[in-house]
Design a protein around this ligand. Structure first.
Ligand code: ZN
Ligand code: ZN
Length: 149
């Protein structure tokens, strides 16, 4: 039986069972976010400290800040093509919004420009054909404390 490695929990799943398995991971939690988001397996993620890496972004339309989860940052630093939807969750709007409408609080750069630069630096990671998996927008763990706003 062929197996695939689940991009959410990184377990090996029989390919026949994978569609149902994946559906559980991407179920809406009830607040517009998915249960879980795809990441790279822990051993494949970017290592080292994230001191200079932006982590909190503001959605221009609503002005609410959202924090990017570390496991997602470490995944897209390694493979900037992973989240090809170019959308991210906004805690203010309760839905996924375009990268272009968000900017990092740390650098002021919009997320689309940031991602494009990461991709340009790693052209060898560019997917050449069908990935076989639909990769979704970046998910977010939760709003940054209201005190920051
Ligand atoms: Zn899984
Ligand atoms: Zn918003």
């Amino acid at each position: 039986m062929a197996q695939v490695r689940c991009p959410f929990c990184h377990e090996y799943i029989d390919s026949r069972d994978f569609p149902a398995h994946r559906a559980e991971h991407v179920k809406d939690r009830g607040d517009g976010q998915q249960n879980e988001y795809a990441t790279l397996p822990p051993e494949e993620r970017e290592e080292g400290d994230l001191i200079d890496v932006p982590r909190v972004y503001v959605h221009q339309k609503c002005g609410v800040m959202t924090g990017m989860p570390e496991e997602i940052i470490r995944s897209y630093l390694k493979n900037p093509y992973l989240y090809s939807a170019d959308e991210t969750f906004c805690c203010g709007c309760g839905k996924h919004v375009p990268f272009r409408e968000c900017h990092w609080t740390e650098t002021g750069e919009d997320l689309q420009t940031y991602t494009d630069k990461l991709r340009a630096a790693k052209p060898e990671m560019k997917p050449s054909g069908c990935l076989g998996l639909v990769l979704v927008g970046v998910g977010l763990a939760g709003a940054v404390a209201a005190a920051l706003v």
